[in-house]
Design a binder for this molecule. Structure first.
Ligand code: ISJ
Length: 244
């Protein structure tokens, strides 16, 4: 069999998955690339990869996405790495800049603004804005940089009562069952060995990696997270397309 082209997210949140894949013989059966989430989505949509941890917002652009795993990048409440940062309260912002590394969180910010905060805000892809979306490691330790900080999966929970799913392991084609089972087993191993991954991370005063891996991120793709995907995509589909 040809190697399966796999696109994984290049952020800390994915390290447990990478550990699992690298500890397994599956690593010899894949061509692994590490990409920011928007690039991962682009690869899956354009068939430049076969399998990836796909931002759920991009599932709308893949003709027949096949979710292959019981693991995801999700959160049951605050995730501590997906924010709207602002110098004004949400009630006063008129413009929002999106994060070009994101697909899902950009959509989540817009859904929450419209449906939860009931705000009609102009979206910009670049340049100056009253507030901005930012995701991933760049946000670590940044909660004190701006006076207003909104952790988006926390507000989603307050709005819907549901956890949130940012990205799922999905393929854009049917892959052999034996491969999927082995792949999923490797992911499970990685999630079960988060402590080992934690030991290799540097200590930082302004960010608690242990809490991030063990409490904020929730890797299980369970029924509530599936419900969250359905609910989120239903709302996302009704957003106007923005350039970029
Ligand atoms: C929790 C996170 O979830 C992510 C956010 C994504 C998005 O906004 O498209 C996609 C994958 C995840 O990396 C994060 O990046 O910090």
């Amino acid at each position: 069999m040809e190697k399966v082209r796999v696109s994984a997210v290049s952020y800390t949140n994915t390290l447990p998955f990478l550990y699992g894949l690298r500890q397994s013989s599956i690593i010899h059966k894949i061509d692994l690339s590490l990409d920011v989430p928007s690039a991962c989505a682009h690869k899956l949509v354009n068939n430049e990869a076969d399998l990836g941890i796909v931002p759920v917002a991009a599932l709308l652009d893949i003709p027949t996405p096949q979710v292959v795993s019981d693991y995801c990048l999700g959160a049951s409440g605050a995730v501590n790495s997906v924010f709207i940062f602002s110098d004004k309260p949400i009630s006063d912002i008129n413009t929002l800049r999106l994060d070009d590394q994101s697909r899902t969180s950009n959509g989540l910010a817009r859904v929450l603004l419209r449906d939860y905060w009931k705000r009609d805000v102009t979206i910009v892809s670049e340049g100056k804005a009253d507030a901005y979306v930012e995701i991933g490691d760049r946000t670590f330790g940044k909660q004190h940089v701006h006076p207003y900080v909104y952790d988006l999966s926390l507000y989603w929970r307050q709005f819907t009562g549901l956890p949130f799913t940012f990205a799922v392991w999905a393929a854009n084609k049917t892959l052999p069952n034996t491969f999927i089972e082995e792949f999923n087993g490797a992911l499970a191993y990685g999630v079960a060995h988060r402590e080992v991954v934690l030991k290799a991370l540097p200590r930082r005063r302004d960010f608690d990696y242990r809490k991030y891996f063990m409490e904020h991120l929730d890797y299980r793709y369970d029924d509530e997270k599936k419900k969250a995907v359905t609910e989120f995509l239903k709302r996302m589909e009704t957003l106007a397309r923005v350039p970029g």
